[in-house]
Ligand binder design. Structure first.
Ligand SMILES: [Zn+2]
Length: 214
């Protein structure tokens, strides 16, 4: 079973080849209202995600590749997806994201020739799942003991690869796994859909190649 990671910050590709894959980035425009809810571990009480962002959803986009990406990354784990991607997601019955909500694009920062008007973008949150990272096989380094329930603890120092415990995966197409909650992981089907529809600027790398040292 192959899994892929979304290279949201370009760090995985940089660690591999010294360059970053082209992405579209967003910044949330102030004022940003935070909800009161963020999931916590039932065993150790650690926060497992950031607080949810509440409307209004207003963003500035930054293009790093001259085209509007079908996915955009920002300061939160929440992602933006284009109208086209939202329709494909629905049509292909893909799972793992919250209901997409339209955002207002205030401004577009770009270099070079303007690519025209942006598509509609929608905010969605990839769900925290019960899929588990194989901590030992991934070579995860933390400075404190790891909670057996949420697989986190202390500060993350780094990891050598990302290995999912295969039996813990229940078919999600895109998900956050216990053990590495800052990384968005995708299924083979997700990867195939991105390729088949030629979605733009969706930086996917094989999970086993994704490593990080902080
Ligand atoms: Zn815990």
């Amino acid at each position: 079973m192959a899994f892929y990671c979304l290279d949201t910050f370009g760090l995985y590709q940089k660690a591999l080849t010294g360059t970053k894959l082209p992405t579209t980035q967003y910044m949330s425009v102030d004022p940003v209202a935070q909800g009161l809810y963020a999931a916590k571990c039932s065993a150790c009480d650690s926060y497992l995600e950031g607080f949810h962002w509440k409307p209004p959803y207003r963003v500035d986009l930054e293009l790093r590749a001259g085209v509007f990406g079908d996915i955009a990354f920002g300061p939160h784990i929440d992602i933006l997806i284009s109208d086209a991607f939202r329709n494909i997601f629905h049509q292909e019955r893909m799972t793992g994201c919250s209901m997409p909500t339209k955002v207002e694009v205030r401004r577009v920062k770009k270099r070079g020739k303007p690519p025209g008007n942006p598509p509609d973008y929608y905010l969605t949150r990839v769900q925290l799942s019960n899929v588990r990272i194989d901590v030992a096989a991934s070579g995860i380094r933390r400075d404190e003991a790891i909670c057996p329930e949420c697989l986190t603890g202390g500060i993350l120092d780094g990891y050598d690869r990302i290995i999912v415990e295969p039996d813990s995966w229940t078919g999600e197409d895109i998900f956050i796994a216990k053990g590495l909650t800052g990384t968005i992981i995708c299924s083979q089907r997700f990867y195939d859909v991105v390729a088949r529809y030629e979605l733009q600027n969706v930086p996917l790398l094989e999970a086993e190649l994704c490593k990080c040292q902080f």
